[in-house]
Design a protein around this ligand. Structure first.
Ligand SMILES: [Zn+2]
Length: 68
């Protein structure tokens, strides 16, 4: 009897650990897929950059664009 209870408890315990862990990492991947975009605040070039830096034309710091 005690053995059956233990295996049932272990099964439920595994579900609790695996369940939220799976959905949690899925959400994380989705957020990482949304690439950040940066553009010159003066818009002297229409080029969009995927990482922060400086505008190659006016050398101002690039501004983050919210693309939602
Ligand atoms: Zn610029």
């Amino acid at each position: 009897m005690k053995k059956i209870f233990l295996s049932t408890a272990f099964f439920a315990f595994s579900l609790v650990i695996i369940g939220p862990g799976c959905s949690g990492s899925k959400t994380e991947n989705k957020e990482q897929k949304v690439a950040e975009q940066y553009q010159c605040p003066m818009k002297c070039t229409e080029e969009v950059f995927t990482k922060p830096g400086k505008c190659p034309v006016c050398e101002m710091d690039l501004e983050k664009i919210s693309n939602s």
